[in-house]
Design a protein around this ligand. Structure first.
Ligand code: NAD
Length: 267
């Protein structure tokens, strides 16, 4: 008889997670490490990354922090190359780091199309789109050679539809990476590399300066748009993250998977 636990067995695997010091990326790093993988954790916030990595190490998990800005292409490539060289394999890469692009036009006059600062627009493109493209590219260079691998990209429900609560740069980049994932999936399928996107609805994390934690009005507006009438907790992302990195998803590629409490089902 088959052992169902084997479906989710990633023990001995090597994972790389960007934006891993907080929120969803931290949950991804945790679930992989808790399942026996070695996890290279990246974040731009060196202090938070060191603290989270130390906490996980103290719990007996195999993690390694590497602090840098994912928009620094040379550092990104070196970190991914180093992970593959140090551990001899690269099984799962989570292109997760992402930033807010400020409020939407529904929430503030500053979100109007004629007011969006171009430097903010460009920064959001660099972090949420170009860095995701490069993370896939640098991961693929190893995974093509290995003829195996899993790449998981964090998009958003704001990549699937106009989203009342977020700004232009965020909606545009999160949509762009949805089709980037489909395109990469069709190329990398020949190498047994699966590429998928997850599209979270509102989760209680530190994004946008922690506004969902700090601002009761914004939190209530987000809760109202979710059919489950609550925000997701980062812990609730762990099952999907593990699924997409594990043998259980061996026939899933190019998929765009909402995890949103029902938001995209309509109201
Ligand atoms: P978060 O702010 O709690 O965590 C994001 C982490 O990424 C932080 O630790 C931050 O320091 C790091 N980071 C930011 N810019 C970086 C950079 N240039 N280089 C390296 N690290 C960087 O937010 P989160 O909600 O966990 O966000 C994770 C991903 O989930 C993002 O791509 C976000 O767009 C996406 N997402 C979040 C929600 C939500 O409601 N929280 C919904 C949909 C999608």
């Amino acid at each position: 008889m088959a052992n169902p636990a084997k479906l989710f067995d990633v023990a001995g695997h090597v994972a790389f997670v960007t934006g891993a010091a907080s929120g969803l990326g931290l949950a991804m790093a945790e679930v992989m490490a808790e399942s026996g993988a070695t996890v290279v954790m990246n974040d731009i916030d060196e202090a938070a990354l060191a603290a989270e990595a130390a906490r996980l190490e103290k719990a007996g998990l195999a993690v390694k922090p590497v602090a840098f800005d994912v928009s620094d292409a040379a550092r990104l490539q070196k970190a991914i190359d180093d992970a593959a060289a140090t551990y001899g394999q690269l099984d799962a890469v989570f292109a997760n780091a992402g930033i807010s692009s400020g409020p939407s036009h529904h929430l503030s006059p500053d979100g109007a199309i004629d007011r969006v600062p171009l430097d903010l627009w460009q920064r959001v493109l660099d972090v949420n789109l170009t860095s995701v493209f490069l993370t896939i590219r640098f991961a693929a260079m190893h995974m093509k050679r290995q003829k195996s691998g899993r790449i998981v990209v964090t998009s958003s429900i704001a990549g699937l539809q106009s989203e009342r609560m977020v700004g232009y740069g965020y909606c545009a980049t999160k949509a762009a990476i949805v089709n980037l994932v489909r395109h990469a999936a069709t190329e990398l399928a020949a190498y047994n590399v699966m590429v998928n996107a997850i599209c979270p609805g509102p989760f209680l994390t530190n994004i946008a300066g922690g506004r969902l934690q700090k601002n009761p009005r914004d939190r209530a507006l987000f809760e109202e748009m979710v059919p489950l009438k609550r925000l997701g907790l980062p812990e609730e992302l762990k099952g999907l993250a593990l699924l997409l990195a594990s043998p259980a998803s061996s026939f899933i590629t190019g998929a765009i998977i909402p995890i949103d409490g029902g938001c995209t089902a309509g109201s």
